[in-house]
Design a protein around this ligand. Structure first.
Ligand code: URA
Length: 277
């Protein structure tokens, strides 16, 4: 079977601490026109030995999750941030960090070539690939959301998810989460994505709260209600924020405290807001 494999001519391999002994592993796909690219960190021992990405234990788990998501490994392009194996598989090692820097131009080159082949959707696996795309924050917070990212000036949709090695380290309960995230990404890759038109009121005035609440009641709207409290026990809990949503795109969030636990409303307004709610 002929594999699509993209070489990185722009990586500064000669000057990298990992250079030389690890030139075999490259990103690849069994499809000539993959729609989705999945980004890992770096090859491990098995990948280094066999010369293909994701062929060790994490790769096996990725295959299982791809299959359960109804996609299959042969339909996606698999690549890594760096093409060489860092010591102890540790990307945070000085050698790993140096490689990350020296391989960045090659990584962008590979992503640009994927763009020219029609790839518009990326799935970064775990924190490092996610941060490499400019998405900040913990992977637990950002996974599953759709981000508008730019690599080498080209626009992609990125849907971060957990790395399969995190799953096989014992986080099996998160396997369905990754499968769902991959399914979502595949859907976007095949059908495109239009970001929802969000009407989220996060810092309302008293009048905003009154008008919205009146509207919910008058039109007998079915709304979802979410409350965040400072504790679980009702006798000590204070409502920190309350939110009402009439759809995934239309929501009102009513803060009762701002940063530093300062009251958001002064007394008269608080009474009006409580009455409205
Ligand atoms: N983990 C990765 O991030 N990439 C591989 O290719 C293998 C394991």
């Amino acid at each position: 079977m002929k594999l699509l494999r993209i070489s990185r001519t722009k990586s500064k391999c000669g000057s990298c601490g990992l250079g030389g002994y690890c030139t075999k592993v490259r990103g690849e796909s069994a499809s000539e026109r993959p729609k989705l690219a999945i980004i890992g960190e770096a090859p491990g021992a098995d990948e280094d030995k066999l010369g293909h990405p994701f062929v060790g234990a994490a790769g096996h788990e990725l295959d299982v999750m791809l299959a359960k998501a109804g996609i299959g490994r042969h339909n996606v392009y698999l690549l890594n941030l760096i093409n060489c194996r860092p010591p102890e598989n540790d990307l945070a090692s000085p050698e790993g960090q140096e490689a990350l820097e020296k391989c960045r131009a090659g990584f962008e080159e590979e992503i640009s070539k994927l763009y020219s082949l029609g790839v518009r959707t990326l799935v970064p696996l775990g924190a490092n690939p996610t941060h490499a795309l400019g998405i900040e924050g913990s992977i637990h917070k950002v996974r599953g959301s759709v981000y508008d990212v730019h690599v080498a000036g080209l626009q992609f949709w990125a849907i971060p998810t957990f790395h399969p090695s995190f799953i096989i380290r014992g986080e099996w309960a998160e396997e369905p989460t990754v499968i769902n995230d991959i399914e979502k990404a595949s859907n976007i890759a095949l059908n495109g994505y239009t970001p929802p038109e969000e009407r989220f009121e996060l810092f309302p005035t008293v009048r905003d709260v009154e008008l919205r609440c009146r509207d919910y009641v008058k039109k007998r709207k079915l709304i979802a209600v979410d409350t965040e409290t400072t504790a679980l026990a009702y006798y000590e809990a204070e409502v920190f924020v309350m939110a009402f949503a009439e759809s995934g795109e239309d929501a009102l969030s009513i803060p009762f405290y701002s940063q530093g636990f300062k009251p958001y409303w002064h007394n008269g307004d608080l009474i009006r807001v409580k009455n409205a709610v």
